[in-house]
Design a protein around this ligand. Structure first.
Ligand code: NAD
Ligand code: IPM
Ligand code: MN
Length: 374
């Protein structure tokens, strides 16, 4: 019996998780995958009511689960960053979910490229460091003086960083530090190599901007060089700008792609669009030894929330990843096939050209799963 925490969150998160839960229920009706869901109220509504984001109590509860199924957070009533940093990024950090797996698959006929091309790129986004550490602040005469202090606490280290401007300086500054640690890059590279081998890929592609951000990404290149050599894999370096272009021109040439946090965020939205849109991108925040969290890559989509227009497939593909992660690959495969079927029969939401509501797509996919009972 798998213990699952369900966090629908905000906006369309609620709608797509409802559809995903119907599908997981169907899976449990016809297979040995059995689960007990516990809904956890985390998101903007609770924040606006109580001021709570991700509390110690939430963390304790979530720690006791096998996995987390998450919708989305984000609310126009709340200042950008508060929910994102206080809930989602905090969750990835405290559970040390250091791999963000985001597949980009050619779901025909949704691929928007001129050339018909088959691809299956698996992005592994480093999920705890880079410019996502919250290592930020201000200094300057109108910003508390010429000194700033940053405290960063992660599973791997606890840092205090002091910054100081010349006392004579009369300007104000804002900063956001992008940090990489050797330990985090090493475990990331190790995971990427093992992932590539398991997939049968001969190479790992590492995306960076080592021609400008030379220190961080230079160190990362060196570590990936050592690791890929150790595992007998080829290593391909791509600058992120060229990678954005190459994803359009030759997506079929990529397999396992390792990418630091910020660039990974950007490239995987592009990747989602290569699959037909944000409603097609599933995502797993993975701690190989701990509690992992599965979510669509899209946000709360306030522009369409509450209208039944949201495509639930990204959330359903996230459920597929949850099943695979929990040791149910055949059941995961069933969801993949069910999504394929709903595309083939045009049982889709308007973003994919269909006429169905979110819940109807969920029901269609759940019914297909039920029909697979043998
Ligand atoms: P978004 O992903 O919410 O939406 C971008 C566009 O894609 C919108 O036009 C939306 O209608 C469309 N879209 C997204 N998902 C869709 C789906 N399933 N079906 C059909 N159309 C879909 O990104 P945004 O508008 O930049 O951000 C809105 C809020 O969500 C912000 O507060 C942001 O911080 C937050 N956000 C949260 C997550 C997350 O929880 N993982 C991810 C991204 C953004
Ligand atoms: C995503 C989102 C998040 C990110 C935000 C909401 C913090 O865009 O999951 O892709 O940048 O990782
Ligand atoms: Mn994103």
């Amino acid at each position: 019996m798998k213990q699952l925490a369900i966090i629908p969150g905000d906006g369309i998160g609620k709608e797509v998780i409802a559809a995903g839960m119907e599908v997981l229920d169907a899976v449990s009706e016809i297979s040995s995958f059995q689960f007990e869901p516990e809904y956890v109220n985390i998101g903007s509504d609770r924040y606006l009511e109580t001021g709570e984001l991700l509390t110690d109590e939430d963390i304790k509860l979530l720690k006791s689960k096998d996995a987390i199924y998450f919708g989305a957070i984000g609310d126009p009533r709340v200042k950008p960053g508060v929910l994102e940093q206080g809930i989602l990024l905090k969750m990835r950090a405290v559970f040390d979910q250091y791999i963000n797996l985001r597949p980009v698959t050619s779901w025909f006929p949704l691929v928007p490229l001129k050339r018909e091309v088959d691809f299956d790129i698996h992005f592994l986004r480093e999920n705890t460091e880079d410019f996502y550490m919250g290592a930020n602040g201000f200094f300057g005469p109108n910003n508390g003086g010429n000194k700033a202090h940053v405290h960063v606490k992660r599973e791997l280290y606890d840092l205090d960083i002091d910054l100081e401007a010349k006392a004579s300086n009369d300007d104000d500054f804002a900063f956001e530090i992008g940090l990489l640690s050797k330990k985090a890059v090493t475990r990331f590279a190790d995971y990427a190599c093992r992932y590539a081998l398991a997939r049968g890929d001969k190479k790992v592609t590492l995306v960076d901007k080592a021609n400008v951000i030379t220190t961080n990404y230079g160190m990362q290149r060196q570590i990936f060089q050592e690791k890929t050599k150790e595992y007998g894999l080829d290593l391909e370096f791509m600058f992120v700008d060229a990678m954005a272009m190459a994803m359009i021109v030759r997506p079929e040439t990529f397999g396992t792609v390792a990418v630091p946090n910020l660039f990974g965020d950007i490239l995987t939205d592009l990747g989602a669009q290569l699959q037909g849109g944000l409603g097609m991108g599933g995502s797993g925040n993975i701690n190989p030894e701990g509690v992992s969290m599965f979510e669509p890559i899209h946000g709360s989509a306030p522009d369409i929330a509450g209208q039944g227009k949201a495509n639930p497939i990204a959330a359903i593909l996230a459920a597929q990843m949850l099943l695979e992660n929990q040791g149910f690959p055949e059941e995961g495969r069933m969801l993949h096939d069910a999504v394929r079927k709903s595309l083939d029969t045009n049982m889709t939401t308007p973003d994919l050209g269909g006429k169905l509501k979110t819940a109807e797509v969920g029901k269609h996919i759940a019914d297909y799963v039920r029909s697979q009972k043998n």
